[in-house]
Design a protein around this ligand. Sequence first.
Ligand SMILES: [Zn+2]
Length: 204
Amino acid sequence: MTFNNVWTIINLDNTVSDGTVLGWISAAGIPSCLRFVFQSPFSNLWTINTDYGGRVPMPIAPWTIIVSSATDPRFNWTVGGLSTGLMHQATVGHWAGDSDDEIGARMWHEIIHSYNIPADNMQSSERAGFIEYLRTTGSRHYSGFVADSNAYADGSNHTQLLIAFYMYLMHKYMDCDCFRGGLLRAAYCAIKRWISAIRSALGL
Ligand SMILES: [Zn+2]
């Protein structure tokens, strides 16, 4: 599959500017390999009902993410966000008290799901790799997370720790798609893409 890095945002809240949405994205530090464009509301929309998520808006086109006020009376948000995984569609609700990085992290979470990457649990089989990532990057979350990971993950560092986790996941699963900086690295990624093209041509 060719890596798609351009996401269309449908902003359903006319009290929120596109610039504010971009501010959420930058507050969460979503890496610049993901690019965002805006589409006018209601040109590309359906509503999904689920037992666990309530009734929420969902895009029709792939690689599209909706941002909606979670108190919009047209919907009934009971989760922060949902994504369709295989269809690469995502939707995120925002509440009045949410911080910018919190909403941005919620968008990032659903986007990661849309690449079929497991984003839900840092205590899973990803835990050891995540701890190693925190250590090698000199993260300020390293010692707190190692000492008491559950308390640390639920405490005041919650959003920033999630952001570190999503960056770790992108480095692990979307490495060459996202982080090609430098000549050596670009060459390494080119060779890697070349080998995987040969492997898939040979059916390996
Ligand atoms: Zn999730």
